[in-house]
Design a protein around this ligand. Structure first.
Ligand SMILES: NC(=O)c1ccc[n+]([C@@H]2O[C@H](COP(=O)([O-])OP(=O)(O)OC[C@H]3O[C@@H](n4cnc5c(N)ncnc54)[C@H](O)[C@@H]3O)[C@@H](O)[C@H]2O)c1
Ligand SMILES: CC(C)(O)[C@@H](O)C(=O)O
Ligand SMILES: [Mg+2]
Ligand SMILES: [Mg+2]
Length: 350
């Protein structure tokens, strides 16, 4: 493991330079890896592993859109694509990539498909950590491991194709075979991780639930809407409000932050923007501290899990979700966004 100084704290991480793809292939050469679930993460991980030369089969409920997508991606029914339980039985590594609520629903049946020495792999600590709510308690005679890409399954695939990667965390919850760690690292490399950093199942799920509810999506959506509404309230046009809130962020500034960091961004805008942004950053930081404290507590005490499972297991889940998303899509702000996106030179006339 390479020792890297992260801002003064030294951590051990794994890169594909030290744990090479060749080594990953060697570790996995006798394994059959079943990716259960072909939704968002399933395709990214399955296709990257297949392209990296490891033996992958897919397990998916028959007949739906995800099954058809797996077929379109070259998985062959009866050869490399099977119903869930059949795939799980054929495999030595079971990548449990159903939706988290789906994992709970299917667990009593998937559990029966595990054999001694198999590896049960997750990309989230959710099922195992909140076992009192999920009922997911793996048998003692399997490895229980995790590689969790810190990005969407969509970019797990597109970054792989463009030669970059998505960083992943890894953890071993249970080492039955004595090979759990090397299996985890090999899988982490095979799915195309940029680098792998160690965590625990608990820390993975606490940080992941916080991040997606916080800065990555929930907080971001909330503050963007607040600024858009503020500008509209003061008479700015939708085009101006959207450009000043979202389009400039996604098309310009956040790309520069990705390349160079926030200090560089502060140093490379106008001195006017620089002074104001440096002054206002701590005010925004302090304003959201209580909300973040509430969020972390709700993650830690299982409240977020309860709500997720209740909503996502409801029979009318899809209709309710679609109505919620339609309301956002139909709002002035995001309709303005669609108009702005259509005006990007590369999108004109499409
Ligand atoms: N979406 C992401 O980009 C992402 C990123 C990192 C980690 N994860 C984790 O990876 C795992 C998979 O997430 P996802 O977003 O790809 O899932 P998803 O919501 O796309 O669902 C995956 C598949 O689960 C199947 N499914 C759902 N409920 C089912 C049920 N009751 N019975 C049978 N099949 C069912 C669906 O057919 C679907 O193809 C989760 O643990 C998630 O937290 C996801
Ligand atoms: C892609 C995310 C938000 O990082 C993931 O955690 C998810 O649950 O979809
Ligand atoms: Mg998540
Ligand atoms: Mg995440």
């Amino acid at each position: 493991m390479a020792k890297i100084d992260f801002g003064g704290v030294v951590e051990e991480v794994v890169t594909s330079e030290e744990f090479t793809l060749e080594k990953a292939r060697e570790v996995l050469k006798d394994e059959v890896i079943a990716v259960l679930g072909y939704g968002v993460q399933g395709p990214g991980q399955a296709l990257n592993m297949r392209d990296n030369g490891v033996q992958v089969i897919v397990g998916q409920r028959e007949g739906g859109a995800s099954w058809d997508k797996a077929v379109a991606d070259g998985f062959v029914p009866g050869e490399t694509l099977f119903p869930l339980e059949e795939a799980a039985r054929k495999a030595t590594v079971i990548q449990y990539l159903l939706s988290d609520a789906g994992q709970v629903a299917m667990w009593p049946r998937i559990r029966e498909c595990l054999s001694e020495g198999d590896a049960l792999y997750f990309s989230h600590g959710f099922g195992v950590v909140y076992k009192d709510q999920t009922g997911i308690v793996p048998p003692e005679n399997v490895d229980v491991i995790l590689a969790a890409p810190k990005g969407s399954g969509t970019t797990v695939r597109t970054n792989f194709l463009d030669g970059s990667g998505i960083n992943s965390s890894f953890a071993v919850f249970q080492d039955y075979t004595g090979r759990a760690k090397e299996r985890t690292l090999a899988l982490g490399i095979a799915i195309g991780s940029g680098y792998l950093f160690g965590t625990t199942f608990e820390n993975e799920v606490y940080s992941d639930l916080t991040g997606e509810r916080g800065v990555l999506m929930g907080c971001l959506a909330g503050v963007m809407e607040a600024q858009y509404n503020l500008l509209r309230k003061h008479g700015h046009t939708p085009s101006e409000a959207f450009n000043e809130t979202v389009e400039e962020l996604t098309q310009s500034l956040i790309r520069l932050v990705a390349q160079n960091g926030m200090d560089w961004m502060f140093a490379n805008c106008s001195t006017t923007a620089q002074r104001g942004a440096l002054d206002w950053a701590p005010k925004f930081r302090d304003a959201v501290v209580p909300v973040f404290d509430d969020l972390y507590e709700s993650v830690r005490n299982g409240g977020e899990t309860r709500r997720t499972l209740e909503c996502n297991s409801a029979p009318d889940y899809r209709e309710k979700l679609n109505a919620e998303l339609k309301e956002i899509g139909d709002s002035e702000m995001w309709k303005a966004g669609a108009a702005v996106r259509a005006l990007r030179p590369e999108n004109r006339g499409k």
